[in-house]
Design a protein around this ligand. Sequence first.
Ligand code: NAP
Length: 292
Amino acid sequence: MQLLDGKLTSEQIKLEIAEQVKQIKARGGRAPHLAAILVGNDGASETYVNNKVLDCKQVGFDSTLIRLPAEISEAELLKRIEELNNDDAIDGFIVQVPLPKHIDEDKVTLAIAPAKDVDGFSPASVGRMCLGMPTFVSATPNGIMELLRRYKIDTVGKHCVVVGRSNIVGTPMSILMSRNSNPGNSTVTLVHSRTPNMAEICRSADILIVAIGKPDFITADMVKDGAVVVDVGITRVADASRASGFRLVGDVHFDSVKDKCSFITPVPGGVGPMTRASLLQNTLKAQAQRKV
Ligand code: NAP
């Protein structure tokens, strides 16, 4: 078994981005600028956003973190989004989810200008991705594709099973893997909570991509010998032995599956860091595509 090391790969990508930023500045340009809106004080969201700010610093991007109270009205949040849409100093921005229940996430997604939608969640970005047009592919699927590309995983004609059909991971992943591209050209099966014979279908996968948020759900008996396994899941599980009080657990039971597969992503250190690197790649691209 070989690790698909997202931490190592993302560090390499960040070095490449930092080099490009240096070149932009050497040509008299300005650093790409990512903004993030964080509503409320959700612990996991705080961590994600703070990491994104640190990543920006590491590669030489400018970043702006906009903290808004959990009680902010939907109208006020939409107004702040419109300001970012019109702010020439900002190349791309994200609104960290989940949002408080009184705010309609769909309205927020629709309010973000496609040219600045570096999370790739807007209908325009998703539609372009489905049609194989240039766009911002959302960070997690994009990061997984990059990992498969850099490890030269052969995906052509392989049976790829994607477990989970969320808009941000499972569904776009299934589309990307079935596209006529590299990686891609796989024969894809998308399974979800209503799928009977889950174990049997997973066992037939040459490439198994799991995004369900159920710790250790995929066990060795559900994995084919020699399969490539990508574990997207991240769940905080209580662990009194850790200073934080929790540890991060994937959807795949790593210890039993690792001896059966050819490649596997660890959790942490697999898909997570690749997601972060993808957001930087999208921001760099957003700046390059802007006319200002
Ligand atoms: P989500 O929106 O909650 O969707 C979960 C999907 O899994 C749904 O499609 C659901 O099916 C399916 N599912 C749930 N239980 C299942 C079961 N027993 N068998 C088969 N399918 C099942 O989740 P998400 O946003 O895609 O996130 C999934 C996991 O990935 C979470 O742990 C999340 O934290 C993690 N994640 C990690 C990253 C990263 O950067 N590493 C990024 C995003 C998400 P139904 O549609 O039928 O309900």
